[in-house]
Design a protein around this ligand. Structure first.
Ligand SMILES: Nc1nc2c(ncn2[C@@H]2O[C@H](COP(=O)(O)OP(=O)(O)OP(=O)(O)O)[C@@H](O)[C@H]2O)c(=O)[nH]1
Ligand SMILES: [Mg+2]
Length: 297
């Protein structure tokens, strides 16, 4: 429980036995449920995840989006769903920064931006940076909403997620979520997050096949969504706020909706707000359940 919000975490995982334990160990003690979706791994991913207290569900049909859909379906009654990769590229402890705009009721979707945050050298490849910039420019052009990244580490209200009616089964998942949120006029916020080189061998961003496949899928998803309908009414689009680490008055990143944020200072993922940390309550979370299981077995 995080303040009044019940948090569920979904981690899609394909052959990540070397990293999944570290990811789970670093998740702050605010998550009620952590579901690792084993997407047909042939290594010990599922066993390691179980040993670290996660619930493991199996989705044999490959694809990042397919795994996310299976994870959502497996979650119990939660208010917020956090998505996190299993390769230890994201810093799970920064989850509190993602959750803050949700408990402050400033957002429905919070995307962790690696572009605004600290991306370690080599963690974001040039094609990834270029592809993300192009995708974000197209989203801005078609939907009038500014994003800087399509990062996988994100949090969304369950209600909003249901409204988005997500369907993408592979690497169009993240962009589909952002574009549909823009189309429906949901409140989207970015917070800076860190990114480091993945543990284990690259499957997508470091391979030619992966880059071309993911890039094509991302761009076609944007064009298809643009054809499906026009952008949300202007009033809703203005509710979109981008949090910058260094807000500059008059700069596009601190436009109308951001005023309240600028007044209170930016959210910096590398330095979770003390205020946010205080909101961690003593409600049972998956880590305490895991500890109890360990004591009684
Ligand atoms: N590649 C791939 N990853 C999957 C799949 N299903 C779940 N995943 C998980 O989805 C997350 C993101 O996949 P990654 O392979 O890290 O993709 P990426 O971050 O774009 O690129 P690399 O880290 O360079 O491989 C990881 O936690 C994977 O284990 C799948 O079908 N293919
Ligand atoms: Mg990765």
């Amino acid at each position: 429980m995080y303040e009044h919000l019940r948090i569920g975490v979904v981690i899609p995982a394909l052959d990540e036995e070397a990293s999944i334990g570290r990811v789970l160990a670093d998740i702050p003690d605010v998550a009620e449920e952590v579901v690792v979706v084993d997407n047909g791994s042939t290594d010990g991913t599922a066993d390691v995840a179980r040993r670290h207290g996660a619930r493991v569900v199996s989705e044999p049909r490959r694809g990042y989006g397919a795994a996310c859909l299976a994870g959502i379906a497996a979650l119990g009654d939660v208010d917020v769903v956090v998505f996190l990769d299993a390769d230890y590229s994201d810093r799970p402890e920064e989850m509190l920064s993602l959750l803050e705009p949700l408990w402050r009721d400033r957002a429905d979707l919070v995307v962790g931006s690696r572009v605004r945050g600290l991306a370690a050298p080599g963690s974001l490849t040039m094609p990834q940076r270029f592809g993300n910039a192009l995708a974000c420019a197209l989203i801005r052009l078609f939907f009038g909403v500014t994003y800087t990244d399509l990062g996988p580490f994100r949090a969304i209200r369950r209600r909003a997620l249901t409204r988005l009616d997500m369907s993408d089964r592979d690497y169009g998942w993240t962009v589909q979520m952002q574009v549909r949120a823009a189309r429906l006029g949901l409140r989207s916020v970015e917070v800076p997050v860190s990114y480091r080189r993945r543990v284990g061998r690259s499957k997508i961003s470091g391979t030619v096949r992966g880059v071309i496949g993911a890039g094509t899928k991302i761009l076609s998803t944007i064009f298809l969504e643009a054809l499906r309908g026009k952008r949300a009414p202007r009033a809703s689009a203005e509710a979109h706020v981008n949090l910058s680490r260094e807000p500059r008055p008059g700069h596009s990143e601190t436009r109308p909706g951001a005023r309240a944020v600028a007044n209170e200072g930016p959210v910096d993922a590398r330095a979770p707000q003390p205020d946010a940390l205080r909101q961690v309550t003593s409600a049972p979370t998956y880590k305490r359940h895991a500890r109890n299981r360990a004591h009684t077995s």
